[in-house]
Design a protein around this ligand. Structure first.
Ligand SMILES: [Zn+2]
Length: 500
């Protein structure tokens, strides 16, 4: 990533801030913060347990948000909490009921924002980040980010941090907490590390103080605003430019940068274009593309993205037919071409969990290897850690990408009220046959010889255009007349049959 030019483009409206991350002019990530609903991840709250859900091994907690948060057993620090309960007995697997009770006050951190009807996901495994460190209040571990590769440097950082923590132990009290040295910590001097540690521990004490002083559920630690958080988390070493369409954010970002990262140059520009800075940079168009299921490649091939609950599948396809002897070469080129789009879209759509890529079948082992290594190389630019498998027996590539924030689709979209998210509707024939069954049932059931069918315009037109007239057939069979009423507000699958 050393030669990458990295820009943030920030669009601010009263209810929403959007940050686009561009690398060499190409949109790679989009982050959205919306007042009170989107972008609470990282914030810490004093919360009250509202309801224990033993069947789910989870609990609902009130953290002062619009909806209760969801806390699952896996997100509770069990060793510390179970010590007492388990003393003198065989350790049995902890259950939510042994760990929490209704009305209990706890500290939680949001790990996933609410989506539509689902509340936010929260954890009791709290962590806070500074420029060089991440702090977790339990355990005693010191770990180093996998992005720092140099073994000597890893060792040096670990030793120095351990020394500082031992000094703390003596000076203050037996010290508790675990740390991760972040990638940005590579090659820093002792003084920078010490002041970062002091800053972080100071922040944690103020969280504890805020918790002890708060009387009701609510926030006790608010992470940085989205732009500053992104500077801290993804781009301090290679950010070149921030373009903002709001003067206040522009000033805040400038001060934040000069305070923490002042040794590196950064251009911070405030622009005031109409309608907004995203339109100027073509970012809105790119966002819309990132919601499409199908994206076309330059050579006629295309890629299909299917984001489902359990996993995301990405399917690469060739366009038109090609000559037999050129086939393997064309397939190889299409697969290669698709990789930059696939890796960009994985970050931009923020796909996570299990991702399966179905490249077009390649016979040539060498081609397969090249596709795999190119994919690994481009995925390497992604700040979120991902594991990539080789080709499986069926020729698929599996990726497991760490979950962080909701996907773009989850933030921006909601299930279609017509198809309820399935993306498909019953065919006109299917609906017409349903209507036929219902009508003949009604003709038998009602003691009337007049029925009314109310259905969508689409269905009515289809019924009227069909060769077999439903009404005539029913009239013959059951000796009853059928009045057809066009109901423009109905969707395709909805109809009513009433007797009159
Ligand atoms: Zn739909």
């Amino acid at each position: 990533m050393t030669n990458t030019k990295c820009q943030f483009v920030v669009n601010h409206e009263s209810q929403e801030t959007r940050v686009a991350v561009l690398e060499n002019g190409i949109l790679q990530e989009l982050h959205i913060q919306r007042a009170d609903t989107v972008g609470l991840v990282g914030n810490i709250y004093r919360a009250t347990v509202i309801r224990i859900l033993p069947g789910l091994e989870a609990a609902f907690v009130d953290f002062g948000g619009h909806k209760n948060g969801f806390l699952s057993l896996a997100d509770i620090d069990t060793p510390r909490l179970t010590n007492k309960a388990n003393s003198g007995q065989e350790a049995s697997p902890p259950t939510i009921k042994n760990l929490l009770h209704e009305g209990q006050n706890i500290i939680v951190q949001v790990i996933k924002d609410a989506i539509d009807a689902k509340g936010a996901r929260v954890t009791m495994k709290v962590s806070i980040a500074s420029r060089y460190l991440v702090f977790m209040p339990t355990g005693h571990a010191v770990k180093v980010s996998h992005l720092i590769k140099n073994g000597d440097e890893r060792k040096r950082l670990k030793t120095q941090l351990r020394c500082m923590l031992e000094e703390l132990d003596v000076a203050v009290k037996p010290y508790q907490g675990s740390f991760i040295l972040r990638s940005d910590a590579a090659d820093i001097d002792l003084q920078s590390l010490r002041s970062d540690l002091q800053f972080l521990l100071g922040t944690w004490s103020s969280v504890l103080l805020a918790k002890s002083q708060s009387k009701s559920p609510g926030s006790i630690y608010i992470d940085l605003p989205v732009t500053q958080r992104l500077i801290r988390d993804i781009a301090p070493q290679h950010l070149n430019e921030v373009i903002v369409d709001d003067q206040q954010i522009c000033d805040e970002v400038y001060h934040f940068w000069s305070h923490y990262y002042g040794e590196n140059p950064l251009t911070v520009t405030c622009v005031s274009h109409a309608p907004n800075v995203f339109t100027d940079y073509g970012i809105d168009d790119e966002i819309n593309r990132a919601l499409f299921r199908r994206l076309d490649l330059d050579d006629g091939g295309y890629v299909i993205f299917d984001e489902a609950e359990a996993m995301t599948t990405i399917d690469v396809n060739t366009g038109s037919h090609v000559g037999q002897h050129e086939l393997e070469e064309t397939v190889f080129q299409t697969n290669l071409n698709s990789i930059s789009i696939i890796t960009q879209q994985i970050r931009l759509r923020n796909l996570s969990g299990i991702i399966i890529i179905d490249f077009i079948d390649m016979q040539n082992q060498h081609h397969r290897q090249q596709v795999l290594s190119s994919l690994k190389k481009l995925m390497g630019n992604d700040p979120i850690n991902a594991m990539i498998s080789g080709f499986t027996e069926l020729g698929l590539i599996q990726i497991r990408r760490k979950r962080r924030y909701n996907s773009l689709r989850q933030i921006l979209m909601t299930d279609c009220s017509t198809c309820h998210g399935s993306g498909v509707l019953k065919s006109l024939d299917t609906v017409m046959l349903e209507i036929w069954r219902e009508l003949s049932g009604a003709a038998k059931a009602f003691e009337t010889n007049r029925l009314q069918l109310r259905a969508s315009s689409e269905i009515i037109n289809f019924v009227k255009a069909s060769k077999v007239s439903i009404s005539k057939a029913l009239e013959r069979q059951f000796n009853c007349t059928i009045e057809i009423v066009d109901e423009p507000s109905f969707v395709r699958e909805k109809f009513d049959i009433v007797s009159i």
